[in-house]
Design a protein around this ligand. Sequence first.
Ligand SMILES: *[C@@H]1O[C@H](CO)[C@@H](O)[C@H](O)[C@H]1NC(C)=O
Ligand SMILES: *[C@@H]1O[C@H](CO)[C@@H](O)[C@H](O)[C@H]1NC(C)=O
Length: 352
Amino acid sequence: MTEEYVLRCVLMLCCALLSANASNWLYLAKLSSVGSIRDEETCERLRGLIQRQVQICKRSVEVMDAVRRGAQLAIDECQFQFRNRRWNCSTLETMPVFGKVVTQGTREAAFVYAISAASVAFAVTRACSSGELEKCGCDHNVHGVSPEGFQWSGCSDNIAYGVAFSQSFVDVRERSKGQSSSRALMNLHNNEAGRKAILSHMRVECKCHGVSGSCEVKTCWKAMPPFRKVGNVIKEKFDGATEVEQRKVGSTKVLVPRNSQFKPHTDEDLVYLDPSPDFCDYDPRTPGMLGTVGRQCNRTSKAIDGCELMCCGRGFQTQEVEVVDRCSCKFHWCCYVKCKQCRKMVEMHTCR
Ligand SMILES: *[C@@H]1O[C@H](CO)[C@@H](O)[C@H](O)[C@H]1NC(C)=O
Ligand SMILES: *[C@@H]1O[C@H](CO)[C@@H](O)[C@H](O)[C@H]1NC(C)=O
C-alpha cells in the first residue's frame, strides 16, 4: 500500500463521517435507479439512510415508497418557496442533497428540516388514506355526529399515523444523540414545527346529500391542507424565525432566544443557531453554494427578488426575450375556453 493510498482512505473515512447528516434520507428522491422499495434487501441498498433508518425501513417496507415521495415533495416545495431568493434550494447529485447549506445551523437548514419532517408525515398519511398500506387506513376515531349536527363519514386523514412515522423515521438520528448538542435540539424543534404546520391546519371537508344537492344530510371528514399551504406556513415561519442559543435549565438543555428582548418562540416557530452566509458568490469549496450570477431578478422590486439585492450590487444584464402566452380567450357554449397564442417581447434581467 502506498502512502497516498492510505491517505486517501483516511480522507474518504473522514468525508463519510462528515457527510453523515441527519437529512441525508432526502437522497431517496435521487434514487431513481432503485425501483419500488418492496423488500428488506432493498432497504440495505438505500444510500442515505443511517442504520436505525434501515431497521425502520425493514419493519415498514410498505411505507417506504411514500417516504420517498415525501423526500421529493420536500425538495419541490423548497424550490418553489425559495424560487425568488439568493439560495434557491437547488439540489446536488451527491449527499447531502442541499450541499453544505444545511450542515450549519442556519435559518435555511431550519426550513429544510421542517419541510422534510412535514413532507414525510404528509406523504405517509396520504398513502394511508389511499388504501395502499396494510398498516394504516383512514382515521376511524373520527365518527358519529358532530356538535354542529353533521355526520362524520368518509375517509378522514390519519394524520396521527403519519406524524408518528415521521417522528420515528426523521428524528431518529437526533434522538440517538441523546438531546446533547444544541444542533440536535434545533433540528428536533424544527422537525416538530414542520409537522405542526399540518396538524394545526387540518380542515373539515363536507359533502351535501339530498334532493338535487340540498344539504339535508351533510357528511364530513377531516382532511390535511394541500401541501402548498403547509409550505406557505413554514415559509412564513422561516421569515420570522428566532435566533436561539442553548441554555441549561436545571439538568436539561433548552433553546432560548439569543436576544432576551424577544418573546420566546412557540412550538410552531422555526429556530436557528447560526447566521446565514450571504449566498452571493459561487464557492467551489462549499457544495451547493452556487452564487447568484445568471439568476433572474426583478428590476422594480426592492425585496430580495429585486436586482439590487439578488445580484449583491454587481449589477445585471437586460435581454429582450420572446414569450408565448395565451390570449384573447373566448368562452364557447358549452363548455370550453379557446385561446390564441400571442407572442410578445419582454425584458429579462439577469445578475452579472
Ligand atoms: C437556482 O439557481 C441556479 C443559479 O444560481 C440555477 O442554475 C438553478 O437552475 C436554480 N435552481 C432552481 C431549482 O431554480
Ligand atoms: C416585480 O416587482 C414588482 C414590485 O414588487 C411587482 O409588482 C411585479 O409583479 C414583479 N414582476 C415580476 C415579473 O415578478
